[in-house]
Design a protein around this ligand. Structure first.
Ligand SMILES: Nc1ncnc2c1ncn2[C@@H]1O[C@H](COP(=O)(O)OP(=O)(O)OP(=O)(O)O)[C@@H](O)[C@H]1O
Ligand SMILES: [Mg+2]
Ligand SMILES: [Zn+2]
Length: 372
């Protein structure tokens, strides 16, 4: 296998390669077919869900010289090829996260007046646009207001609420969604087929779960796994490589919480961390576990007979023994307490992204829950 990073190698080249953002694809293709293109787009959504990818697809599609492929870029003509190779001067990508944008936006305002050099449209992709400084954001707003017809802007952001409202109102907005397990597994299968690697379904599910909605993360995790495995991926190896969390750990942790043993729970967490358990993965599994604890605890559910999708997912996620354990736990905890635990740990998850010490938000959550 060559060592090209998977997420570059398998970045969608056509709209039809994009998975899971159908609402966006449909609307954009329509606009292109009807030559009814907006001059400013806002792509908002979680990381690794296809915003930059879609922006580049749009840039290709509006500039593609081939008529016969309809709204899809042909990937053959000079316009498509220059964009694919990354040497189209009329496609400008600005990463606001690393530059904060002052100079770039100034340059942009200078350059935008001139007609495109070789493409039909000049396309400006501004990634992480919420990170522009105030000055740069205001300059961008002016630019949007006076933009000539040959210019198209795509602002991508993971945090749209941080953009100034006047910018948002200038743009046609699309919200990208996190990908679900099935969608991620689908993409992993496509990649593995091309790489001629075999994997069992469970391994792919494990990778997809750990990716928590991000294609990029899924592809990086697969990269890691492929570095160590040969032409066949096995569940055990995947678990070991990803430092996978066993349900048993989560279950013991929940025991400590139910008994309100905060210092023991904190020690337990530290031990996991020292053993190299991936705490983000642990947190994901904890939420999944608590969700099921909540459902099993609701009165009137008959696990044997119930055929709803939650109960089905419960049966897939946990072994018979684990289910027994969950049932026992529900007898020791009130529904309100379970929801409280879920609320507190959901909140902790949001903070884990920003905390310099990964385990800190979890420790605080333990204390918060055990105190009241
Ligand atoms: N919807 C999707 N369908 C297929 N592959 C995808 C999709 N979204 C992302 N990917 C894969 O993940 C990689 C990263 O995607 P991309 O850079 O477009 O994400 P992003 O939303 O811009 O993330 P960020 O907010 O971190 O910049 C792509 O190269 C591609 O391989
Ligand atoms: Mg991006
Ligand atoms: Zn083309």
């Amino acid at each position: 296998m060559n060592n090209l990073v998977l997420y570059r190698k398998y970045r969608p080249k056509k709209f039809s390669d994009v998975i899971g953002q159908d609402h966006v694809v449909k609307t954009l293709k329509n606009a292109i077919e009807n030559k009814n293109i907006s001059h400013a787009y806002l792509f908002a959504g979680p990381r690794g869900t296809g915003k930059t990818t879609m922006a580049r697809l749009l840039a290709k599609a509006v500039n593609c010289l081939e008529e016969s492929t309809g709204a899809e870029p042909c990937n053959e003509c000079v316009a498509c090829q220059s964009i694919n190779k990354g040497n189209a001067v009329d496609l400008v990508e600005i990463d606001a996260a690393s530059h904060r944008g002052i100079d770039e936006i100034r340059e942009l305002r200078e350059g935008i007046k001139f007609s495109p050099t070789s493409l039909k449209y000049k396309v400006y992709i501004i990634d992480e646009s919420h990170q522009l400084t105030k000055g740069a954001a205001n300059a961008l707003l002016k630019t949007l207001e006076e933009a000539p017809d040959h210019a198209i802007f795509v602002l991508a952001t993971t945090e749209p609420q941080k953009l100034i409202p006047t910018i948002i109102s200038r743009c046609q907005r699309f919200d990208f969604k996190k990908l679900n397990l099935e969608e991620i597994v689908e993409k992993l299968k496509i990649i593995l087929k091309k790489e001629e690697v075999k994997a069992d379904r469970r391994s792919l599910e494990i990778i997809a779960t750990a990716a928590a909605g991000s294609f990029r993360d899924a592809e990086s995790l697969l990269d890691q796994v492929l570095t160590f495995t040969g032409k066949k991926i096995r569940e055990e190896e995947v678990k070991n490589l990803l430092g996978l969390v066993e349900t048993e750990y989560v279950s013991s942790f929940v025991d400590l919480l139910i008994e309100k043993k905060d210092s023991k729970a904190i020690k337990f967490l530290r031990k996991l961390y020292e053993e190299g358990v991936n705490l983000e993965e642990f947190h994901n599994l904890l939420l999944e576990y608590l969700r099921h604890l909540l459902i099993v605890g609701l009165s009137g559910i008959d696990l044997e007979k119930d055929e709803s999708s939650v109960v089905a997912s419960l049966k897939i996620s946990f072994t018979g023994e684990e289910m027994e354990k969950i049932k026992k736990q529900t007898e020791k905890i009130k529904t309100e307490e379970t929801t409280e635990m879920l609320r507190i740990f959901l909140e902790a998850g949001k903070q884990m992204d920003h905390s310099p010490i990964l385990q800190l938000p979890l420790e605080m959550a333990i204390v918060e829950f055990c105190i009241d």
